[in-house]
Design a protein. Structure first.
Length: 293
């Protein structure tokens, strides 16, 4: 048994689902199930039982979980107390929405902080907030439709989770598409012209659905970083994102077009735990993000 096993058990107990816990922990569900079985065999007890809604602790499991959560809290406190500022500054874990300007920012940051280990993973709005608030990621980048009727609820949710937010920018969404896509022949595209095309969406779910647009054709879900490659093959496809300079797409066979009649704008924000002082490297990355948006 190690601290990872304890994290796994605590997350499963919190979500009531091995599938949801695996997603939150960024690991495969079979691997998580295997880890639980190995721990149960080691301890000689059954920690969880299956229900119609997911899983729940057994009586022995609940007793173990209470003790395990205490150990986990003590471990996190010990780790935080003795992790030096220098050690913390040498790593940066970022979670959130994928966008072209973020890729540019990562590239610039890599040149600036060549000795810093950088990790970026895609996740939707709520998963990003949850993982940043629980310390699984240093910084989150979240996106929501700024013109939605409940847009004010998003900053409230950020505040309620004990997070601080900084605005990156508000922008009208654009569609990246293959130059051979008929819709690419105009300087701007309309939502109607995209309805006959294939929308490529990412795990951060920042596409048409988030804007309140119901495109009628099929969708293909892939990590945002793979969307650009896929568009070279799916010539009638498009990927909704923040504005991208077409000079950056030169030679790729792709082009970026503003969506002229989008009902909403996108708002991107940086989030991190309240009361936490960012390292110099973390602060620099946030500043680079703001200049690239």
């Amino acid at each position: 048994m190690n601290i990872s096993h304890i994290r796994y058990i605590a997350e499963i107990e919190k979500t009531g689902s091995i599938t949801k816990a695996a997603a939150n922990l960024f690991m495969g569900q079979p691997n998580l199930s295997k880890a639980v079985r190995e721990l149960e065999n080691e301890l000689g007890i059954k920690i969880f039982r299956r229900t119609t809604k997911g899983v729940e602790p057994t009586s022995e499991g609940r007793e173990f979980i209470e003790k395990a959560k205490f150990v986990l809290a003590q471990f996190c406190e010990l780790e935080g107390a003795y992790r030096s500022a220098e050690t913390a500054a040498k790593r940066l874990s970022v979670l959130g929405v994928y966008s072209g300007y973020i890729s540019e920012a990562i590239g610039r940051f890599a040149v600036y902080a060549s000795d810093c280990c950088f990790e970026f993973s895609e996740a939707d709005f709520h998963t990003t907030l949850k993982n940043v608030s629980e310390g699984y990621a240093d910084i989150g980048i979240v996106r929501f439709a700024a013109d939605e009727s409940d847009a004010d609820s998003y900053p409230r949710e950020i505040d309620e989770l004990g997070l601080t937010c900084e605005s990156v920018g508000i922008f009208r969404p654009c569609a990246i598409m293959n130059e051979e896509n008929p819709s690419a022949q105009s300087e701007t595209v309309s939502t109607d012209s995209l309805c006959g095309c294939t929308e490529i969406v990412s795990p951060s779910r920042s596409g048409g659905a988030q804007l309140g647009i119901a495109f009628k054709r099929q969708t293909i879900s892939v990590p945002g970083g793979q969307a650009v490659s896929l568009l070279r093959t799916v010539k009638n496809g498009f990927f909704i994102t923040a504005p991208v300079e077409n000079s950056l797409l030169e030679g790729s066979g792709l082009i970026c077009r503003p969506i002229s009649d989008s009902p909403s704008s996108f708002c991107d924000m940086i989030v991190y735990r309240r009361g936490r002082e960012l390292s110099a490297e973390q602060r620099t990355f946030c500043d680079i993000l703001k200049t690239k948006c």
